[in-house]
Write a protein that binds this ligand. Structure first.
Ligand code: SF4
Length: 262
């Protein structure tokens, strides 16, 4: 059972700082090289592959010669390893022009929860790993309070895998271009629960333009997987009074994922 005091202590009052390795087998850092062959990381678990159900988006036209439909169909067949390499070489939207590293994701590739944020920030872009700054530390504390960890029970990624310049919001065409990657990650990971952090992740997973408040109020589902929307940790850093609301979202997420396991 999730203890409210424990969680509030974890996410705000008495931080528990956990060490994190600078790299992870599920993280790849590659610079933006047009259509370059990219060295792959250590092989990942690909035993749970299956084709995705309904596309998250109809993808927009890419600057490559491959049509968006062909690209989405090709990505839908990729293994974890091939997916990571494909992201590293991707130039399907303008974010490739300004990124330092692609940020595909990190964690357990057969996770209990898949945690989905908005897009890489400055530190993430430098390191090729999602949620490594202050928001990442808060996310780790939130997950710990819910009995989850970045490396063992979750896979953490973003809606877009390259940093929007100046930490601006990702644009619709960028989200659409990157959607086949997120869709394939969900299909490969087969999590028990999708935890959407903030507006863009919620909108993408639930195919809605509802407010964060509305999405938080009624958990949805994506391809049969429960989707819980909560505040982005970066927002919680700016609005710490909302941490208690985030706690209630995590309680809902924990209940839902436990019921899925029954
Ligand atoms: S954000 Fe996604 S679609 Fe755009 S270049 Fe990066 S990996 Fe490709």
């Amino acid at each position: 059972m999730l203890d409210r005091d424990v969680l509030l202590r974890e996410i705000g009052l008495s931080p528990i700082w956990r060490s994190r390795e600078a790299t992870n087998a599920a993280t790849v850092s590659q610079t933006c090289v047009p259509h370059a062959k990219v060295e792959s990381p250590e092989p990942l678990n690909t035993t749970q592959e299956h084709a995705p159900e309904t596309p998250l988006f109809v993808t927009s036209a890419s600057p490559t010669t491959e049509s968006s439909a062909d690209r989405a169909a090709r990505i839908a067949t990729l293994s974890w390893e091939a997916l990571t390499s494909d992201i590293a070489a991707c130039r399907a939207c303008k974010l490739c022009e300004t990124r330092t590293h692609t940020v595909p994701g990190v964690g357990n590739t057969s996770p209990e929860w898949m945690v989905i944020g908005e897009g890489p920030g400055e530190q993430e872009d430098k390191r090729g790993e999602p949620f490594v700054g202050r928001a990442g530390q808060l996310l780790d504390q939130m997950l710990a309070a819910a009995g989850k960890s970045r490396k063992e029970s979750t896979y953490i990624t973003n809606v877009v895998k390259c940093r929007p310049p100046g930490n601006r919001d990702p644009q619709t065409d960028e989200i659409s271009a990157c959607a086949p990657y997120l869709e394939r990650q969900i299909a490969l990971a087969q999590p028990k629960l999708l935890l959407a952090l903030g507006k863009f992740a919620g909108e993408t997973l639930l195919s809605t333009d509802a407010t964060v408040a509305a999405m938080r109020a009624s958990p949805g589902e994506r391809s049969g997987v429960p989707v819980v929307v909560t505040y982005h940790p970066a927002y919680l850093l700016r609005s710490p009074r909302e941490k208690a609301e985030a706690w209630s979202d995590l309680v809902a997420a924990k209940r839902l994922s436990e019921s899925e396991a029954d």
